[in-house]
Design a binder for this molecule. Structure first.
Ligand SMILES: [Zn+2]
Length: 272
């Protein structure tokens, strides 16, 4: 590593760079992490630069992923390039935001379920139609559906930093009901069973992309889809109502926390 000179804070001479392995306890796992640090040859005091610290954090994350049987950032990049996929392509294939792919490749740790989805996508398989409701995931369509609902409800659903608590529940009903009645979801989005109800999978990484999406890129809503949205708006004129109904749905309660709610469950919706 090419860094500038560093002197020992205890008044000794110039420190030297040493590559070692450090034992680190991270999320209950003992990890051996390769570390490059400055060391004082006289007293052994260690110091790291900001750049070294960032590299170490990434190494810790990758050591953890290796030990937990998860794909490392490097493996994800390699697998993606082998299939000649861009980060955006892989995001589409997995129904996640491009921000997720960037974070996982950059060193963030993916969940076990996302790791499974990554492995499937990188082995060239489709992540599964029961997760996407037989439709290709399309972010502009999410925005189009929310805009249509906003017009019907006369209120804003898409707000910055609101965690999509209500918007995701309207979307979930739109996707589930359309799937139940037409065999295809409206947006291709994947939903997880969370304690507060069904939630758009990886919504944190999607919100910005949804807000910035251009509805002109979305396939227009057909009359049947528009009718479904009208029914949802009539049934749930306010956000608390959609929240309560979605929260109470048995098909959400039946799934373990964080598990995907497959579209094949749409036949058992209670509220609509
Ligand atoms: Zn020293």
């Amino acid at each position: 590593m090419n860094e500038s000179k560093l002197y020992c804070p205890r008044g000794h001479k110039e420190m030297t760079i040493r590559a070692t392995e450090k034992r680190v306890l991270f999320r209950d796992k003992q990890l051996a992490v390769p570390v490059e640090q400055y060391v004082c040859p006289e007293c052994g005091t260690e110091a790291g630069t900001v750049k070294q610290t960032a590299v170490i954090q990434k190494s810790v994350a990758d050591a953890f992923r290796k030990s937990a049987g998860l794909l490392t950032g490097k493996k994800i990049v390699e697998g993606r390039k082998k299939l000649k996929l861009s980060q955006k392509d892989l995001a589409r294939k997995m129904s996640v935001g491009i921000a997720s792919i960037k974070r996982w490749e950059g060193g963030s740790i993916q969940s076990k379920s996302m790791d499974r989805a990554l492995r499937m996508a990188l082995s060239g398989q489709n992540v599964g139609d029961s997760c996407t409701g037989n439709r290709t995931f399309a972010i502009p369509r999410i925005k189009l559906v929310l805009k249509e609902l906003e017009a019907l409800l006369g209120k804003k659903l898409l707000k910055k930093n609101d965690k999509m608590l209500f918007a995701a529940k309207y979307l979930w009903y739109a996707d589930m009901i359309t799937h139940r009645e037409t065999g295809q979801s409206m947006t291709g989005a994947t939903y997880a069973a969370l304690p507060l109800g069904p939630q758009l999978n990886n919504y944190r990484d999607l919100i910005e992309e949804i807000m910035e999406a251009d509805t002109a890129d979305a396939e227009p809503l057909n009359p049947e889809e528009k009718r479904v949205l009208s029914r949802i708006a009539m049934k749930f004129p306010n956000e608390q109502m959609v929240y309560n109904a979605a929260h109470q749905e048995q098909i959400r309660k039946n799934r373990p926390r964080g598990a995907i709610i497959p579209y094949t469950d749409s036949a058992d919706l209670d509220a609509l």
